[in-house]
Design a protein around this ligand. Structure first.
Ligand code: DX5
Ligand code: ZN
Length: 218
């Protein structure tokens, strides 16, 4: 199988020192950026101006996770700015095909995210237009929550479809990933692991990334 990707989430970083916090995650494959609008989720983080500054501050590809209402209006701006992957939520998007087309036309990968209670099956057809599938393993909104193992059934189904050539997405998981939970997620078939508190609430973020990668590879 392919090498696991590790995407540290800066949601758990010090927002007053973002450039240093991104420099601290040496070895990260993607930087996961949680955009929240206080409407789709009950929390407010950052938006396009901060993402533009981050793009200028790092060479690591940015993985923008938009937890916002009306992503149809806002997502393409992140792609045009230079984000590597832009993920919208299935529960918020109105025209998922058009969004995917716009993101790709702007040079980004297109991502679709499912909250823990959102089923995969109704989205399989739409996912043919997407490059990444972000399966939430906590209710979106906050870092440091407990991993929900019940979402691994969706991972297994998606991975089976990828392995049989019926789906062409990178399977990403987000929420509660740490040294213990990453092993089950890897076994279920996840390709890319988002980790916030498990990376930033440690003495040495680069070492935490290396440890997560080693556990996911076992
Ligand atoms: C939650 C965010 C996550 C969050 C994960 O809504 O989408 O990316 O940063 O944090 P941890 O890894 O601490 O669960
Ligand atoms: Zn996220």
């Amino acid at each position: 199988s392919t090498a696991p990707l590790i995407a540290p989430s800066i949601l758990s970083a010090d927002f007053a020192r973002l450039a240093d916090e991104v420099a601290a995650i040496r070895g990260a494959d993607w930087v996961h950026v949680d955009v929240m609008d206080a409407h789709f989720v009950p929390n407010l983080t950052l938006g396009l101006p901060v993402v533009k500054s981050l793009l200028a501050a790092t060479d690591i590809p940015l993985d923008c996770h938009l937890m916002i209402e009306n992503p149809d209006r806002w997502a393409v701006g992140y792609a045009e700015a230079g984000a590597y992957n832009v993920t919208v939520h299935a529960e918020a998007v109105k025209d998922p095909r058009a969004v995917a087309r716009d993101l790709r036309a702007a040079g980004a990968k297109a991502g679709l995210s499912l909250k823990p209670g959102t089923a995969l099956d109704p989205w399989l057809e739409v996912l043919r237009d997407y490059d990444t599938l972000l399966i939430m393993s906590v209710e979106p909104g906050f870092g440091g929550q407990k991993f929900m193992p019940e979402v691994l059934d969706k991972v297994r189904t998606a991975r089976r479809l990828v392995d049989t050539g019926h789906l062409k997405v990178v399977i990403e998981i987000d929420g509660g990933i740490n040294d213990e939970t990453i092993h089950q997620a890897a076994e279920a078939g996840v390709h890319c692991f988002v980790a916030g508190s498990a990376v930033y609430d440690t003495e040495d973020p680069a070492q935490a990334i290396a440890a997560l990668r080693a556990t996911a590879t076992e």
